[in-house]
Design a protein around this ligand. Structure first.
Ligand code: SIN
Ligand code: MN
Length: 268
């Protein structure tokens, strides 16, 4: 799948691009069902909020078939290769739960800030592409972006080990106010199967989920192969050390699982 020149221009200007309905609701549901089973397991890759509900499942592309397919899906891999103009490897794969009622905040941060400081990633030649597995609304803790903030480079940040269950390099309030006064704050929302890609230096956050609905989003953090990390301080299932270029699968690789599930139901 190729982005158009207009989409590329929008990405470079705003630092993100929203692609509503890139996956079907059925494809999203197969991934959501898999996520539910993963969250119910006691794997060390599943991190929980302080309240005990799931927060993140890391590296599910390595131990779950549906997520393995998403991790090599051409609708995700090809646009990022196009933007980075190089083959990519998986730096991080996470399924963020933002659970109903108890899903906690993500403070204001830049992902490349962490990748550079903690993982020794040389350049911001890595970025996120995310897939909504639930409908994301104003009510269930959507991502908040400051458009254009990716143009500021790496902004000063402090290491927060306290606020949530996930250590994060976060921006101070004065910096966020200055950036937001300039660029505004947006919250892209949409149906399950929608895709949001964003620059590694885009300043973003998300509020708590006080609603009665989950907000599950999968994030692939893809890095240009020549830009692989040089510091190995985090667990290998958080910051991967396999720099092999991803070979994209066929476009119907998830639909195949949808069809298999339907055939199984019909046979029962
Ligand atoms: C992130 O910023 O890495 C995750 C934010 C979210 O899932 O709300
Ligand atoms: Mn982030």
């Amino acid at each position: 799948m190729k982005l158009t020149d207009a989409q590329l221009a929008e990405f470079h200007d705003k630092g993100y691009l929203f692609l509503p309905g890139l996956f079907s609701k059925e494809e999203a549901q197969v991934l959501k069902d898999a996520a539910r089973n993963i969250y119910a397991s006691d794997r060390e890759e599943v991190w929980r909020e302080k309240s005990g509900v799931p927060r993140i499942a890391f590296a599910a592309h390595e131990y779950d078939d549906a997520h393995g397919r998403l991790g090599a899906h051409p609708r995700l891999i090809e646009p990022i290769m196009q933007i980075l103009e190089e083959e990519v490897y998986m730096h991080q794969y996470k399924i963020n739960a933002k659970a109903a009622f108890d899903g906690d905040i993500w403070q204001w941060h830049q992902d490349y800030g962490t990748w550079a400081r903690d993982d020794g990633m040389p350049e911001p030649r890595a970025m996120n592409i995310s897939v909504f597995l639930d409908e994301v609304t104003a009510a269930n803790g959507p991502l908040l972006f400051i458009p254009g903030s990716h143009k500021k480079g790496v902004v000063e940040a402090g290491h927060d080990l306290e606020t949530t269950s996930y250590p994060l390099w976060t921006l101070d309030r004065a910096t966020v106010k200055q950036l937001a006064d300039e660029g505004g704050v947006v919250a892209p929302v949409g149906e399950p199967g929608s895709v949001l890609l964003f620059h590694g230096n885009l300043v973003h956050a998300s509020p708590p989920n006080i609603s009665p609905w989950d907000r599950v989003i999968v994030y692939l953090s893809l890095c240009a192969v020549s830009n692989h990390i040089t510091k190995f301080t985090r667990k290998p299932w958080i910051a991967h050390r396999d720099f092999t270029p991803i070979k994209a699968l066929a476009d119907d690789c998830l639909q195949e699982l949808v069809d298999q599930a339907k055939a199984k139901t019909a046979a029962e």
